[in-house]
Design a protein around this ligand. Structure first.
Ligand code: IMP
Length: 409
């Protein structure tokens, strides 16, 4: 048995959905612990593509319990839509889904506020930040309140007192209906998970977004509002850190980010288009084109440190198949000084010059490679250079979107 945490080690969209789906084969329980439906985890099974925003990616495997922890913010409307989408595709959602009674609820005003104020950060507009603001301000509404009419009314009316923009009565009725529909999924998740650990069940924690979007360790203020790092798995589920056995980081063989914020290794236009097209780099949640750049070892080294990564999984290696030269940023230069470690000062990140190492490309199709030893020589050299710079072992490599296109090292 083991408790493993999977986190994004860049700015999200590293391919966590696919990796979770692979690792979920050996897991009993798959748990989301932070974020909400701002995430977009893509899993391809045969000729079917699933994009999951809120429900853990393990739902696509039979006989797995999928859990939404207290650290997640839940939009009930989006949740029910996702359940409907999965059921339409033949996946039954019943006792295989459990939601923490303590998870906070995204309300219509959170979405409106997010759309109004989030442009500077380039948020997904799903109401994530404003919902976490209410949580921290101790006026949030939790899933348990949806099944307690008195409590829901009291809190909702207090939050909307004096508002001419939102109709508390209408929201109350709408959310009471959601409460009836989600009641069967609600549980004391911390108790369930800790009992499962005693019974030696295998638990997989599915991080959303990525380390550089973490509220504490990311490129603040260009971050999301939750703890996307491994520590979030404990606070976001009520499973103590001593119970966690392994932390796995997922990285793309290059870098992408959606939304605003510093990105030292961002490509210029021609390369940007080339990689964006080849890697199909468009947001799974908002459809926005992702910004693309070279692999930045400074940010990933930071992710290795703050998550305590035991190993990394490198995804989308095949996207670099047609590059004759590949760069890795090993340090930043700013005002004559070299930075090998991630700087907290956003000004450095925005204005530094990335210092690159250059590797030879392999100019060969890797999409059908199924064993590490069959990778082209330069691809192996590239991976081993990454591993050396990051001082962490590479546990798995992915060379395409399908389940079969991944192998362990
Ligand atoms: P929010 O999470 O909607 O508040 O957005 C804050 C920042 O995080 C924006 O730059 C978003 O583009 C980014 N973001 C949020 N969720 C994801 C994700 O799942 N993948 C990549 N970026 C994300």
């Amino acid at each position: 048995m083991s408790c493993r945490v999977v986190v994004g080690a860049q700015w999200g969209d590293e391919g966590k959905g696919k990796i979770i789906d692979i690792l979920a084969r050996d897991a009993d329980i798959i748990v989301r612990y932070q974020g909400g439906n701002n995430a977009g985890h893509t899993v391809v099974i045969g000729d079917k593509e699933f994009i999951l925003h809120l429900i853990p990616s393990g739902i696509l495997r039979k006989n797995k319990l999928c859990v939404i922890g207290n650290g997640v913010v839940v939009d009930p409307e989006a949740l029910l839509r996702e359940i409907g989408m999965l059921e339409e595709k033949g996946i039954k959602i019943d006792s295989n889904l459990m939601i923490s009674e303590s998870a906070h609820v995204i309300l219509p005003y959170h979405k409106v506020i997010d759309k109004r104020r989030g442009a500077q950060i380039g948020t997904t507009g799903r109401g994530i930040g404003p919902c976490y603001i209410d949580k921290m301000a101790r006026c949030g509404i939790r899933m348990i309140d949806l099944v307690n009419p008195e409590s829901l009314k009291k809190k909702l009316y207090a939050n909307l007192e004096g508002s001419s923009e939102f109709d508390a009565g209408q929201i109350y009725n709408e959310y009471l209906e959601y409460g009836k529909k989600v009641k069967k999924y609600l549980a004391n998740v911390s108790q369930v998970l800790n009992k499962a650990i005693v019974k030696k069940k295998d638990i997989l924690f599915e991080g959303a977004q990525g380390t550089l979007l973490d509220i504490d360790h990311g490129t603040y203020p260009y971050v999301t509002s939750s703890s996307a790092t491994a520590g979030g798995a404990s606070t976001g589920t009520g499973v103590g850190p001593t119970r966690i056995d392994k932390v796995i980081g997922v990285v793309k063989a290059y870098t992408t980010r959606v939304g605003e914020g510093p990105f030292p290794t961002e490509f210029e236009k021609v390369l940007m288009e080339k990689i964006r097209t080849k890697g199909r780099e468009f947001g799974a949640t908002t459809g926005r084109p992702r910004r693309c750049g070279w692999f930045d070892a400074v940010i990933v080294k930071h992710a290795v440190t703050v998550n305590g990564l035991d190993e990394i999984v490198v995804t989308k290696l095949d996207v670099l198949d047609e590059m004759d030269k590949i760069k890795i940023c090993a340090a930043y230069k700013y005002k004559g000084k070299e930075y090998k470690d991630f700087p907290a000062d956003i000004d450095i990140l925005e204005n530094c010059e990335p210092l690159y190492e250059e590797c030879g490309g392999w100019m060969k199709d890797t999409t059908s490679v199924t064993r590490y030893k069959d990778l082209p020589g330069n691809a192996k050299k590239y991976l081993s250079r990454l591993s050396k710079l990051l001082n962490v072992k590479i546990g798995m490599v992915s060379v395409g979107s399908k389940r079969e296109q991944a192998f362990r090292i």
